[in-house]
Design a binder for this molecule. Structure first.
Ligand code: PMP
Length: 356
């Protein structure tokens, strides 16, 4: 039976990423060595890092003046690297979910943090709008895709202060106007690679403006100057990231991917919206994520939740349980998720409904 991987992260990767990575574990670039035991300073791996960085820039059309770095620590380490490197005295945050809230809390140790708006009181079921950002904030931080709640800011915002975004769960899902951002970061374990590598797209001239001492490993400049090789980089996930980037280029790049993602998400949202049993907690179409599609049972069918979970699991659906903090269901439909798997889930929902 085919298993459809709807996991929120680590999550589905292109078949070619998994196959090429597996082959390199056995014999990396014809060296006769495993990718797992090769020096990061070998010419073969330096070529991987260079190609991954170049292709990353090419696919996102990253303009001059920006650098891409691959580091460890996950997006969670970025929550402190952001204020370390960019907060002089005051920063503004939009609270759209658990991860946004964690980033905001971390920043509080560095200066004044203004929460410009929050959707916490409505269990983060929408993206707040119509807020004011203090003009003296050193930056405004957003989380473009809220992995747990299934909301997404799908347009690049125009704001009055430097913009910083956590794009952990929607990077490479659509074209991004990088020039509108000072920093974009994310863990790679959704649209890019296995867990273990974190990316950051940094506007170089925005660095060096804070007075505090920045620990060497937490300073973006360290990793830019070192070409992501200041210390031992996560060799395996960087190799896998390169395989995913090559796949993405073959697929036609991020503009083509956005089209496909819109079509894929429509299949599932249509199944939810036309259903008697299920409903989407995120009502506003504009706010609905194309990457994490949340759905819950309608109140009168609440007791069927476990039955549906078992029914779907028996049909090969894996990872559809909602995050433990919200319950219900969540189907993560990242770039590598084929439309056929989403159709299979929509069909299972219809089949289940016909029985009830
Ligand atoms: N931000 C977002 C939007 C996430 O989805 C996650 C993890 N799922 C994180 C940050 C934390 O990432 P990490 O586990 O790499 O620290």
């Amino acid at each position: 039976m085919k298993i459809h991987n709807f996991s929120a992260g680590p999550s589905i990767l292109p078949e070619s990423t998994i196959k090429n990575s597996a082959e390199a574990v056995l014999n990396f670039a014809g060296t006769g060595l495993s990718l797992l035991e090769v020096s990061h300073r070998s010419k073969e791996f330096v070529a991987v890092m260079d190609e991954a960085t170049a292709l990353f820039k090419e696919l996102l059309d990253i303009p001059a003046g920006y650098e891409v770095v691959f580091v460890g620590g996950g997006a969670s380490t970025q929550f402190c690297m952001v204020p370390y490197n960019f907060m002089k005295s005051k920063a503004a945050y939009l609270n759209t979910g658990t991860w946004a809230n964690k980033a905001l809390k971390e920043a509080k140790g560095f200066g004044e943090v203004v929460e410009v708006a929050s959707s916490k009181d409505s269990i983060y079921n929408h993206i707040p709008k119509g807020y004011d950002i203090p003009s003296d904030a050193d930056y405004f931080h957003i989380t473009t895709n809220n992995t747990i709640y299934g909301t997404e800011i799908k347009k690049d915002l125009d704001v009055n202060v430097p913009l910083i975004a956590d794009m952990s769960s929607d990077i490479f899902s659509r074209p991004v106007d990088i020039s509108k951002y000072t920093l974009i970061y994310g863990g790679a374990q959704k649209n890019l690679a296995p867990a273990g590598v974190t990316f950051a797209i940094v506007k170089e001239d925005a660095l060096g403006q804070v007075d505090r001492h920045i620990p060497t490993m937490l300073n973006y400049k360290t990793h830019i100057d070192g070409g992501s090789m200041f210390n031992t980089p996560p060799v395996f996930p960087v190799y896998s990231a390169l395989q995913t980037l090559k796949w993405l280029k073959d697929m036609g790049g991020v503009a083509a991917m956005e089209k496909i993602n819109i079509e894929k998400a429509a299949v599932l949202y249509d199944a939810i919206d036309s259903s008697r049993l299920f409903k989407a907690p995120v009502a506003d179409l504009e706010d609905r994520s194309l990457m994490n599609i949340c759905f819950i049972m309608n109140d009168e069918y609440k007791e069927l939740e476990k039955d549906f979970f078992d029914f779907a699991t028996a049909r090969g659906m894996s990872g559809i349980k909602g995050h433990r903090s919200v319950g219900g269901f969540r189907a993560s439909t990242y770039n590598a998720m084929p439309k056929s798997s989403i159709q299979a889930l929509a069909d299972a929902m219809k089949e289940f409904e016909a029985k009830h």
